[in-house]
Design a protein around this ligand. Structure first.
Ligand SMILES: [Zn+2]
Length: 374
């Protein structure tokens, strides 16, 4: 294990040393080529699939079983060119630091570590496929290679484990919504009574919608922007707010949107809501529950308590889940403070998480999710 840990750290240092933000396509392709090469070294068929945002890595290990299992990663980060030089990879005590160390370069190296372990064993799967995409962070639509994973038996996503060691059993669905109010303008000094304030009506609606938080478990409704009026001396005839809505499942989201549209009456002011971008989540399913219970069991076997939590943030696992593939997320090493200079990865979590991932792959290969199993 010591040798594997030094390989883990060397590789992580290497990947973290390449800037792979949205402004550096060359860096993203360099990282992709590196990952593909490491996969080749453990016996994978490695392919670089070109897409609009650069190379996608697809690396497969063949086995003698029947299941197709996807390990889903992304090699881009949110950090601009120069960050790797300014904040190079560094280890202090049990923590590794550097841009993308947890989100999710540590996850990529962990996926390869599990594949290397399994390559020397029975391989009870038809194929174990590492997919690393170059553009997860800025994208709100499915990744370009989604068609290549359709029909897979499970997708295991290597975003980092939560700070307490939890995996991500679900991700909330979400959407944006615009609410507009139209009233009647009037001189604020001479004839305020003739005006009908759109700002006032909208403010009352924002407060009403705020009361919806947690009316369904996990539901969040946030007014992110509000604007209205033209000048302090005019009763405002228009106002607009934009909301972010997140829910554990799509039924709750639909319910929230309907409730928000069902506004109170305002004399002389009309209101309209319009739903904007919507995105999928990882909604609860029996297969998802089975994957989580198995991760928990495997964790306990190596003395690790693995809890499950629902995240409000999105990942590419939302698209595999939407495609009907049982998906479990947050299987990377434990880490935190993603997207900030304090981002870290807990090195002592690596070997246990590697064991859980390899065990999950073997269990799915041996029929964990087959109809009637369990
Ligand atoms: Zn990520």
């Amino acid at each position: 294990m010591e040798g594997q840990m030094s390989t883990f750290q060397e590789r992580l240092r290497h990947l973290v040393g390449i800037d792979t933000g949205a402004d550096n396509p060359a860096g993203r392709d360099e990282a992709a080529a590196t990952i593909a090469e490491w996969a080749r070294l453990i016996g994978c068929t490695s392919e670089l699939v070109p897409g609009q945002e650069g190379m996608h890595v697809v690396a497969s290990l063949e086995g003698g079983g029947e299941a197709r299992i996807i390990l889903l990663c992304h090699h881009d980060t949110v950090f601009p060119v120069g960050t790797a030089a300014a904040r190079p990879f560094e280890v202090r005590e049990d923590r590794a630091f550097g841009p993308g160390v947890a989100d999710m370069k540590g996850g990529i190296v962990l996926a390869l570590m599990s594949m290397a372990y399994l390559s020397a064993r029975a391989r009870p799967f038809a194929s174990l496929e590492l997919h690393s995409v170059p553009d997860e962070e800025p994208r709100g639509v499915p990744f370009a290679t989604l068609d290549r994973v359709r029909g897979a038996d499970a997708a295991l996503v290597l975003e980092c484990g939560r700070e307490n060691g939890d995996v991500v059993v679900g991700r909330k669905v979400g959407c944006w919504l615009r609410m507009t109010a139209s009233g009647r303008s009037a001189h604020a000094g001479t004839h305020p009574e003739e005006g009908r304030s759109a700002v006032l009506a909208l403010c009352r609606e924002v407060l009403r919608c705020d009361e919806m938080n947690d009316l369904r478990e996990g539901l969040t409704v946030v007014a992110g922007t509000i604007a209205g009026g033209t000048s302090p001396n005019v009763v405002p005839d228009s106002a607009e707010a934009r909301f972010d809505i997140r829910a554990v499942n799509s039924e709750d989201r639909a319910w929230a949107v309907t409730e928000m549209a069902n506004h109170l009456p305002y004399d002389g002011v009309s209101l309209a809501v319009e739903q904007g971008d919507a995105w999928p989540g990882i909604e609860p399913t029996p297969a998802g529950d089975t994957l989580f219970s198995e991760a928990r069991r495997l964790g306990l076997a190596v003395g690790m308590t693995v809890g499950g939590q629902i995240s409000g943030g999105a990942s590419d696992g939302c698209f595999t889940a939407q495609a009907g593939i049982p998906t479990l997320d947050g299987l990377g090493p434990v880490g935190g403070f993603d997207h900030s200079p304090d981002e870290y990865l807990l090195l002592s979590s690596v070997s246990g998480r590697c064991g859980v991932l390899a065990g999950l792959i073997e269990s799915v290969g041996r029929g964990l999710l087959d109809e009637g199993a369990g």
